[in-house]
Unconditional design. Structure first.
Length: 333
């Protein structure tokens, strides 16, 4: 079984590649190794993957239409998991074109590659809980309307869902979007709040806490996210049949992947303090543009369809991250 993972040097892509290689699959990974955050961390993730005989890496930017087309023509994939994207809500306020190139142009190139391939059984792609934007109803369900994004990042992720549905409808390409809820864990992204908090506490520096610590997040441990991705990948949606013929509905699906247990930012910091054995110097600030006050995943459909519900306790997940952080940065120094 051959799987293409885009963004393979990223946080989720790296962990997914490790899991699929351990499961005996052949993994093709592509990444442009951009400098949105520490490139060395990306190289170190790749260094964990490259020795595996079933791993093949291609240095490639998704916005390179011909490069992506050539990859699909030269290689035959059973599954594609698109995780490459320009991430970050606040960064989209100052660097919008990065989101257009990666999240819009790049995603269309992947859709086109899948469309012209005879072997693709399923395209799975990363969406985000950010698409829920200004929604007031909680928990967030994939049946909710998501027409009011509050950041360009969220808007590009909603656009990905619309693009995928179009290709599912027109070309019968099975696609599934996964709305991730605040993923955290070892080898995580340095731009994420929990990573910044741990770094600051270890250095004895104060931390900025937005919305005065009252924001709530559905923190989801990386191993739970990967289990969800793997299960969904192997369950492509299908068009319903009537008398042997496809009718109406496109082979398209959306799932939330979240812990289903939102906690306040203040509580999250308390857990970090306990894991580090240190007390944070807190700088309480108002909410920033583009942020939302709460994320809370309804995962009933995920449980129903693939029999999985993320459940790693926050205390365990943070302890594992802190252990990795201290080991990684002590080795680096």
């Amino acid at each position: 079984m051959r799987v293409l993972i885009t963004g393979v040097a990223g946080f989720v892509g790296f962990h997914l590649a490790q899991r699929l290689l351990a499961d005996g699959m052949q993994v093709y990974g592509i990444d442009n190794l951009n400098d949105y955050y520490d490139v060395q961390l990306k190289h170190d993730r790749l260094a964990q993957l490259k020795p595996h005989p079933q791993f093949i890496f291609h240095f490639l930017d998704l916005s390179d239409h011909q490069g992506v087309a050539d990859l699909f023509q030269s290689c035959s994939f059973d599954y594609v998991v698109n995780l490459a994207a320009q991430a970050g809500v606040r960064y989209s306020l100052t660097n919008p074109m990065a989101y257009v190139d990666s999240n819009l142009v790049g995603f269309v190139n992947i859709l086109e590659g899948c469309r012209h391939s005879d072997s693709i059984q399923h395209l799975v792609y990363a969406s985000s809980s950010s698409v829920y934007g200004a929604n007031k109803k909680i928990p967030f369900s994939t049946s909710d309307g998501v027409d009011h994004p509050v950041s360009l990042y969220a808007a590009t992720k909603k656009a990905n869902e619309l693009m995928a549905h179009t290709y599912s409808h027109l070309y019968h390409l099975p696609t599934t979007g996964l709305r991730f809820f605040t993923v955290y864990g070892p080898w995580g992204r340095p731009d994420m709040a929990y990573f910044k908090f741990v770094k600051a506490l270890e250095a004895g520096q104060p931390i900025d806490i937005y919305n005065f610590g009252e924001m709530q997040r559905d923190f989801t441990y990386i191993d739970d996210v990967i289990e969800g991705v793997v299960r969904v990948m192997q369950h492509p949606p299908s068009s319903p049949l009537k008398d042997g013929a496809e009718v109406g509905k496109a082979p398209y699906k959306l799932y939330n992947i979240g812990n289903n247990k939102p906690v306040t930012l203040i509580r999250f910091i308390e857990v970090i303090e306990q894991a580090l054995g240190k007390e944070a110097k807190k700088n309480l600030l108002p909410m920033q543009p583009g942020d939302v006050p709460i994320t809370y995943a309804d995962v009933d459909e995920l449980v129903r369809d693939v029999e999985f519900k993320p459940d790693t306790p926050l205390e365990l997940g943070i302890a594992r991250f802190v252990e990795w952080y201290r080991e990684y940065y002590s080795s680096a120094s």
